[in-house]
Design a protein around this ligand. Structure first.
Ligand SMILES: *[C@@H]1O[C@H](CO)[C@@H](O)[C@H](O)[C@H]1NC(C)=O
Ligand SMILES: *[C@@H]1O[C@H](CO)[C@@H](O)[C@H](O)[C@H]1NC(C)=O
Ligand SMILES: *[C@@H]1O[C@H](CO)[C@@H](O)[C@H](O)[C@H]1NC(C)=O
Ligand SMILES: *[C@@H]1O[C@H](CO)[C@@H](O)[C@H](O)[C@H]1NC(C)=O
Ligand SMILES: *[C@@H]1O[C@H](CO)[C@@H](O)[C@H](O)[C@H]1NC(C)=O
Ligand SMILES: *[C@@H]1O[C@H](CO)[C@@H](O)[C@H](O)[C@H]1NC(C)=O
Ligand SMILES: *[C@@H]1O[C@H](CO)[C@@H](O)[C@H](O)[C@H]1NC(C)=O
Ligand SMILES: *[C@@H]1O[C@H](CO)[C@@H](O)[C@H](O)[C@H]1NC(C)=O
Ligand SMILES: *[C@@H]1O[C@H](CO)[C@@H](O)[C@H](O)[C@H]1NC(C)=O
Ligand SMILES: *[C@@H]1O[C@H](CO)[C@@H](O)[C@H](O)[C@H]1NC(C)=O
Ligand SMILES: *[C@@H]1O[C@H](CO)[C@@H](O)[C@H](O)[C@H]1NC(C)=O
Length: 327
């Protein structure tokens, strides 16, 4: 009976039994179990497509599946499956292999501050456990794969400071746990999906320095399903091609502390109910085409410490002591 079970085990599990004592001696942070064959093949494919001038991945050598989880740089496993690939600031070039989609248990992918090129892999959408994707400060190109909407546990997606183009797929807000989305400093265009303005979990939304156009959505804080609280604390939409008015629904964002709409083509007057965002600390509306007066409701914004409405076409509000309109 015992023999039968042992014979059915995959070869690499047998290897574990053979080397387990050896591993206890040599690997100080042994994760317990060897990596699965599928994850091993995926890591090999990743290594193959990276360019690694500093030789950081030399620890990803051919010691076979039994070695992968104990000694490979930047890799963490649980129960033989890779849960984290974390290699920031390693001078890595090349592309992120689509085979990354085989790492079924992957939760965190952190490759920021490298020199990676090519697209954000579409196969990230095959990773149901993905929670954090940190690919900022690279040279990634192409568009944001809509498949990311399949990652329903996603909390952080930071693709900022790359060369991404195309639209922001509405599915990007599918995860009800999305907490921080940063697509700033790319070349994404089209309008801001309404789905983002309806996400009750989203707390930091950074879309600044892109080519976004159309109006700012006017659906902030609209009741979606049974959610009643909106957590948005920081909204950065500056340096785009946004037009239309400042949406009055922004007043429903009762947690909002930072709002930057600077350097767009927003017209019309500042809505009166802006005085309802009493949580606001920093407000930058400079460099638009705003007209009319600064509403007196501003006096209710007791936490406001940074306020810029310069480079607009506002008429001076008598009550407002500082001359802020430099246009
Ligand atoms: C594999 O990498 C480990 C860790 O860097 C190293 O100790 C070992 O000598 C390498 N083995 C081979 C065969 O290169
Ligand atoms: C977004 O990314 C930019 C550029 O990488 C960074 O400066 C900014 O702090 C980030 N903001 C958030 C909210 O993550
Ligand atoms: C993600 O969102 C898109 C549209 O926003 C929707 O069609 C799709 O069914 C969603 N996918 C999941 C898995 O929820
Ligand atoms: C934005 O669009 C303009 C013209 O539509 C183009 O010239 C410019 O390169 C784009 N900027 C980025 C960052 O893609
Ligand atoms: C929303 O709440 C109502 C009443 O509290 C409940 O009957 C309903 O099932 C809830 N809907 C969802 C989608 O959770
Ligand atoms: C708002 O955005 C503009 C343009 O990108 C930037 O210069 C400014 O520093 C930002 N304001 C604040 C308060 O961060
Ligand atoms: C503001 O409006 C004027 C007149 O319509 C236009 O000429 C100008 O380009 C606009 N400025 C911005 C920053 O959109
Ligand atoms: C502003 O807030 C007050 C008090 O919470 C509320 O009565 C009013 O309806 C709000 N106004 C708008 C336009 O949201
Ligand atoms: C103003 O700031 C203080 C200190 O950070 C905070 O306790 C308070 O809740 C803020 N007020 C509002 C209306 O958000
Ligand atoms: C300021 O807030 C108070 C109390 O919430 C409200 O009664 C008043 O109308 C507000 N003033 C303005 C100008 O919005
Ligand atoms: C500023 O506003 C005035 C009056 O509303 C208007 O005549 C003028 O064309 C505006 N200037 C710009 C640059 O939009």
């Amino acid at each position: 009976m015992g023999n039968r079970i042992q014979l059915r085990l995959p070869f690499h599990l047998l290897l574990l039994f053979l080397f387990v004592d050896f591993c206890h001696v040599t690997a100080k942070q042994w994760d317990g179990i060897i990596v699965t064959e599928s994850d091993y093949q995926s890591l090999k494919a990743l290594k193959h497509e990276f360019i690694d001038p500093k030789g950081v991945l030399s620890s990803w050598n051919d010691t076979g599946p039994a070695g992968a989880c104990s000694g490979w740089a930047g890799i963490k496993c649980v129960n033989g499956q890779v849960i984290s690939v974390q290699l920031p600031w390693k001078g890595l070039g090349g592309r992120i292999s689509e085979k990354i989609g085989q790492l079924q248990s992957l939760r965190r992918l952190s490759l920021h501050d490298n020199a990676l090129v090519g697209p954000v892999p579409t196969s990230l959408g095959f990773l149901p456990n993905l929670r954090g994707v940190y690919l900022f400060n690279n040279r990634l190109s192409g568009s944001i794969p809509p498949s990311i909407g399949n990652c329903l546990l996603l909390q952080t997606l930071d693709l900022s400071n790359n060369q991404l183009v195309g639209i922001i797929p509405p599915s990007i807000a599918n995860s009800t746990r999305l907490y921080r989305l940063n697509l700033s400093f790319n070349g994404v265009s089209g309008s801001i999906p309404i789905s983002l303005s309806q996400s009750p979990s989203l707390t930091f939304l950074a879309l600044q320095h892109n080519n976004l156009s159309g109006s700012v959505p006017d659906d902030w804080g609209s009741v979606l399903g049974n959610y009643s609280s909106y957590n948005l604390q920081s909204l950065a939409l500056d340096h785009n091609l946004l037009s239309g008015n400042i949406p009055s629904s922004l007043s429903k964002l009762t947690m909002l502390e930072e709002l930057n709409l600077s350097r767009n083509q927003i017209v019309g007057s500042i809505p009166d109910n802006i005085g309802n965002i009493t949580s606001i600390v920093s407000l930058d509306l400079s460099g638009n085409n705003l007209t009319g007066e600064i509403p007196t409701s501003f006096t209710n914004l007791s936490n406001l410490t940074s306020f810029d409405v310069s480079y607009n076409n506002l008429s001076g509000a008598g009550w407002f002591s500082t001359v802020v309109n430099e246009d």
